[in-house]
Design a protein around this ligand. Structure first.
Ligand SMILES: CC(C)(COP(=O)(O)OP(=O)(O)OC[C@H]1O[C@@H](n2cnc3c(N)ncnc32)[C@H](O)[C@@H]1OP(=O)(O)O)[C@@H](O)C(=O)NCCC(=O)NCCS
Length: 331
């Protein structure tokens, strides 16, 4: 009997309408389009406007697009995982709300948080549920409203992040397609380089923390950059090596969109031509948990059954890794 693997069988995505261009950022902080473009590759990002709209709004829209495209009855979904660093609330799981709102009344649902590696780790989690044989339809959604934790007076972070969401359905496959291998790592030494200081159990919210702007994301960009370049490239190279994949065998690199220079370093290390590198950072910036599924959604029409995809991500914590997946369908 052939082994059951976990394949992605549908994708969906959503980005909000409001486009925050580099020109708009020039009016908020001391920066310019040329600096942002050459240092990061970002031209614009999407921002969710409107009272009372949180990450769940983005996640629901992405899930609804997937359901509509696949003509899938939400009642068939058994598990929903929302990968996010910006849940609607600290305690109530955003995923539970998303499940109810999309009509997935037979599913259980929870959130998964590993900063910018949330979706990558979530792929491992979703695939494991399928491979175990216990569940047949797992919906993984990567969604982040990064604008809710960005200080728009801090030019070192506000130029990078944007809002968005993407969703991927995992189902069993008996043709050997889907997730093939993973190399996932973490190192707590990184937590001082990229973090949001307050609002957690270590430093609960207070008048002081608000005054000190500690509810916004902080990063030591230079250090994060160095760790990200090394580790994303190393893990992608490792996945290729232990699966005997040459650059000719890799159809696509699906890299976390944090900085174009980090993506270029990873693809160079893999020996890949630019035409095999998925990229949309210029339009969306870094959407944290949403970068990987947003890429899948944008590139879906170019993907062919059997294509070898190498995912690579790096995020706060530090967390990072790489996943090798065979694409399972022609759209
Ligand atoms: C943030 C980042 C783009 C900064 O680029 P960099 O090349 O490292 O730039 P530096 O931090 O060394 O700053 C260089 C100069 O530009 C300035 N600068 C920083 N942000 C600027 C901005 N938005 N506009 C103009 N100048 C800026 C700095 O103040 C510094 O000036 P100085 O030399 O006078 O001190 C880059 O470090 C990065 O992408 N880091 C990784 C971020 C990341 O991936 N985060 C998420 C991980 S998932």
């Amino acid at each position: 009997m052939s082994k059951t693997t976990a394949a992605i069988t549908a994708v969906g995505s959503y980005v909000p309408d409001f486009v925050m261009t580099n020109k708009i950022l020039e009016t908020l902080v001391d920066t310019n389009d040329e600096w942002i473009t050459t240092r990061t590759g970002i031209k614009e990002r999407r921002i969710l406007k409107g009272e009372g709209l949180g990450t769940s709004y983005l996640a629901i829209k992405a899930a609804e697009q997937l359901l509509e495209k696949r003509k899938l009855d939400p009642k068939e979904i058994e598990l929903i995982i929302v990968a996010t660093a910006t849940p609607d609330m600290m305690v109530a799981a955003t995923a539970a709300y998303v499940a109810s709102e999309i009509g997935a009344t037979n599913a259980f649902a929870y959130d998964l948080q590993a900063a910018c590696s949330s979706f990558l780790y979530g792929m491992s989690t979703a695939a494991s549920y399928i491979e175990s044989g216990r569940y047949k339809k797992v919906l993984l959604i990567g969604a982040d409203k990064m604008s809710s934790i960005i200080d728009y007076t801090d030019r070192t972070t506000c130029i990078i992040f944007g809002d968005g969401a993407g969703a991927a359905l995992f189902e069993p496959n008996n043709e050997g397609l889907g997730l093939q291998d993973e190399y996932l790592r973490s190192d707590g030494v990184g937590r001082n380089f990229l973090k949001m200081d307050a609002g957690g159990s270590l430093l609960p919210a207070s008048e002081e923390t608000v005054k000190n702007r500690q509810h916004f994301i902080y990063q030591d960009g230079k250090s994060v950059f160095k760790f990200a370049v090394t580790n994303m490239a190393d893990s992608a190279a490792k996945i290729m090596e232990r699966n005997n994949l040459s650059h000719n065998d890799v159809s696509w690199l699906v890299p976390h969109q944090a900085n174009k220079r980090i993506i270029d370093a990873t693809s160079n290390r893999m020996g890949l031509d630019d035409s095999k590198v998925m990229m949309n950072i210029q339009r969306y910036g870094n959407t944290t948990s949403a970068t990987l599924p947003l890429l899948l959604s944008d590139y879906e029409s170019q993907l062919k059954k059997g294509d070898n995809l190498v995912f690579a991500a790096f995020g706060g914590g530090f967390t990072w890794g790489s996943i090798y997946l065979k694409w399972a369908y022609n759209s």
